[in-house]
Design a binder for this molecule. Sequence first.
Ligand code: ZN
Length: 663
Amino acid sequence: MPNKESSEVKFNYLSEQFADLKIMRYQVPGFDSLSLKQKELVYYLSQAAIAGRDILFDQNYKYNLAVRRTLENILINFEGDRDCEDFRNLIVYTKRVWFSNGIHHHYSKDKFYPEISRDYFEKLIRETKTGFPMREGQDLDGFIAEIAPVIFDPKIAPKAVSQESGKDLLLGSACNFYEGVSEKEAGDFYHNLKNDAIKNGTDTLISFGLNSKLVNKNGRIHEEVYKIGGLYSAAIERVVSWLEKAAGVAENEHQKKVIETLIRYYKTGDLNVWDEYNVLWVKDLDSHIDFVNGFIENYGDPLGMKATWESLVNFKDKIATKRAETISANAQWFEDNSPVDPKFRKKEVRGVSAKVITAAQLGGDCYPATPIGINLPNADWIRKEHGSKSVTIENITYAYDQASIGNGMLEEFASSAGEIELAKKYGSLASNLHTDLHECLGHGSGQLLEGIRGDELKNYGSPLEEARADLFALYYMGDPKLMALGLIDHEGVFIAEYNSYIRNGLITQLTRIEPGKTIEQAHMRCRQLIAGWAYQLGKHENIIEVVLRNEKTYVTINNHQALRAIFGTMLAEIQRIKSEGDYEAGRNLVEKYGVQVDQELHHQILDRFSKLNVAPYGGFINPVFVPVMTNGKITDIKVEYPDDYSGQMIDYSRNHSFLPTYN
Ligand code: ZN
């Protein structure tokens, strides 16, 4: 894909590696050919994307801003020995905190620890002396006594999000969406809120609890809403001030209205306005530039109700969008021919808009680790009545590919030379197509039975929803229709996709799990559920074979067409579970296939993986947009690609940090 390269000099995609993380860079091809007004729009939206960063830190855990500011103060102001191993370990820990937007791993949600002693940490604070985020009236001893256990004591906040079945999910989670509230109390609170809405005849479809913290104050439970004048006001005010500038250079009237409605939502915190905004946003299809900005995804809340703040600024990649448009234009055909029970199919698939985008800026929960595809809005009723917008972020997947070339993963874990060859030849197109199908069709397909709200599956809802979208994609990857539509010209594409999906679900994704741990993350649960269940269903015919060679485990697919039929069966069952809100069946599937890890296999995989020295997780440094001023007016905007991860983080903390340490 030489057209992705915007400069003739070789672009360095991989910036640095530490712990289990790699830091990459991405280019923004096409930015230079935007009009000045469009460049300004991207610039203002990008500033808004950075302005909310502190919010996510605080949402993830109430001490995260305190820890981050403590570490940054040491990093900048400590004047002692900075070359020793201890200090270098402190730097690695700081980089990890930046990456995870807090002290819990961004993916596993487990607390991670610095490889230094508590004594050394205290010494650094005492020698640095000033500049720490102390509470009013607190002295250095009091400050150390409060902050050190947060970092070092394994009993304090061990998990940001607990999914441990049978325990109180809220009291076991460190995330900052609930204060002194049990799972039952939160459940009752929102149950009552919904009942009140029914009684009063107000909107019962809004996303209750999405933008607030639930607090128990002296036995009374109430919501603290994220808005101007409410919780996180100082950061939201900055986001809004940049959005106001963006509204002034909107591409058209509709987009202007979209931005203004978002501003109104941030000012009121009113979830009705949030829905109004989403309906407008989903209909904004003509603008070249687009954005995500708000409290959107609920993976950070064990109850799947409260959303973390995120932003993504982007514009359309016209050539690649043609591919997604072909899929979307045939959405009804895919729906009508899906292997699910006809009563769970959508009679009319509406507004499945699909496009491939170029990311220009990542913020909040999209930074530095970012999704590669997005399908929004999340509210079921809006998706049903107005459709959804679905995007694949091609410059990001391209950067991933470029950064991982030659890292040895494929050679170590693929089961044959033929498999490696297919992956090299078709892997990139296969995974882009999978993402398109997952986002454009998968999430938007199917319908709920009358009276089912969509939240019946509770904490199992996320992995099951991902499994539904993945199965939809997998099933159709092997359909001759894709060839008829000109999307692929060789069956090697779908074979490569099946190989890599099953290999990932059964083997390679385990490289992301720590020894002894189970799987908690929704997408990972989804992938193991699909691969493990498919293995089980095809066992008597040996469709997926697990082979042991030289004490190394490999998986081979013996019959790709038969596997496709199994995917169809699984899709039908998961759609039934969602459509009927069958919590028991959903729970059984996830718990049986998606959670447990075979210890012996895991040990072997980690052993092989460690020899490759590859970081299993990645994130990105943002490009920087620099306005060119002439006589006080913006006359052009240049894009720069910094290669200094720590520099960017420090810059954000210095110049784009607006919240108090404790909120
Ligand atoms: Zn998805």
